[in-house]
Design a protein. Structure first.
Ligand code: FMN
Length: 354
């Protein structure tokens, strides 16, 4: 029997990444996530090729250099337009260009891109070919394990083989199929069952490809377990809703023993300073504050933290109705949590409980 080919480690992919999420992973969110982890690869929200070509590029593509490693996710199905958009992304400094072949929304299907492209692997291959010719950075694909009635393992493998034939070596696979008719995008992230084994088997069948698994992974322990089968893990909702888990990525996933140990209040101070600069430049606190609401999720004072920020991040500044709310809202929220936790500790001490 022939030896199994060596697993090829591509330095351009990350063991851990935060998923592209529309309306969530904007530049402010990514700045926050980067304050929690140096090694996780971050992804933009999906930006259509048309928008890159004709829209406000600073607004759509602008990012802070600390966000690296950073991937731009594109939506589209016209090889020439995708190639031009990819080239612009590479010029802006993105480390990877990713093609969305997983989004099931009606709007995206109307534009003939996203998950419906899984039905046309040859078109995806042409897109990848054109994008690869246009840029030197890796061009990757994010897809599902199937769509509608094209959901057998053979369909999936044909898709992967065809697109890999165009030179794509990294696939991020959301381990559930998408139902394009009848389910909303939200339902399509919850209803079709997860099939991790199919993604693991893909890695076994194609050890030459970098396979990153996505979908329903909620903890660092689960992420580590997948890394025994595939090259990387991508977390979406868990990373956004319970962002503190990102603070373990550098040591527990990337194996970086030099990673500083973080505390939530220091991260929040980083975000308060960032928010002050954003407001100074004409932005609004809530553009940033909405992303940090989960920082104390599950911790004593976590609900108070969320409520305080939600109530104070919009509207006039307390004590000065003529000024917009500033990063001080985040500082005050952190102070309230610390006060709550200290009071709880005091009660425990008085009761003689550890
Ligand atoms: C609010 C939201 C927006 C999303 N937007 C995108 C997107 O722009 N592009 C994309 O490929 N996937 C998008 N997704 C899907 C995620 O990238 C991910 O594949 C999915 O949530 C499953 O991973 P999870 O279970 O870790 O969240 C989005 C998911 C959410 C929750």
């Amino acid at each position: 029997m022939a030896d199994k080919p060596e697993k090829i480690i591509n330095p351009n992919i990350s063991l851990f990444s935060v998923a592209p999420m529309m309306d969530w992973t904007d530049r402010h969110c990514r700045y926050f996530h980067r304050a929690l982890t140096r090694h996780a690869r971050l992804y933009t929200e999906m930006v259509t090729a048309e928008a890159v070509l004709h829209g406000n590029r600073e607004r759509l593509l602008g990012f802070d250099p600390v966000e690296h490693p950073l991937a731009l996710q594109l939506g589209g199905s016209d090889p020439a337009k995708l190639a031009d958009a990819a080239e612009i992304g590479a010029i802006w400094g993105y480390d990877e260009i990713n093609l969305n072949v997983g989004c099931p929304s009606d709007r995206v299907q109307g534009g003939n891109f996203g998950a419906c492209l899984m039905a046309d692997p040859c078109l995806v291959a042409r897109c990848i070919e054109a994008m690869r010719r246009a840029v030197a950075v890796p061009v990757t694909v994010k897809c599902r394990i199937g769509i509608d009635d094209q959901d057998t393992e053979a369909d999936f493998q044909r898709f992967i083989d065809t697109v890999a034939g165009a030179g794509c070596t990294t696939f991020i696979v959301h381990a559930r199929k998408a139902w394009l008719a009848g389910l909303s995008p939200k339902e399509n992230r919850e209803v079709p069952p997860l099939d991790y084994d199919r993604v693991h088997r893909l890695k076994d069948a194609r050890p030459d490809l970098q396979i990153i698994i996505n979908g329903g992974i909620a903890t660092i322990a689960q992420a580590r377990a997948h890394l025994g089968h595939v090259d990387g893990v991508m977390l979406g909702r868990a990373a956004y809703q319970t962002p503190w888990l990102l603070a373990d990525v550098d040591r527990a996933i990337a194996g970086d023993d030099t990673a500083p140990s973080l505390c939530r209040s220091a991260v929040l101070e980083t975000m308060a300073t960032y928010a002050d600069a954003h407001i100074e430049a004409g932005g609004r606190l809530n553009n940033i504050a909405r992303h940090v609401l989960g920082l104390f999720h599950g911790e004593p004072g976590g609900r108070l933290f969320r409520r305080y920020i939600s109530e104070h991040a919009t509207g006039p500044r307390a004590g000065d109705p003529t000024a917009p709310p500033s990063g001080d809202v985040l500082r005050e929220a952190a102070r309230l949590v610390a006060e709550t936790q200290a009071a709880m500790q005091q009660r425990r001490d008085l009761a003689g409980v550890d």
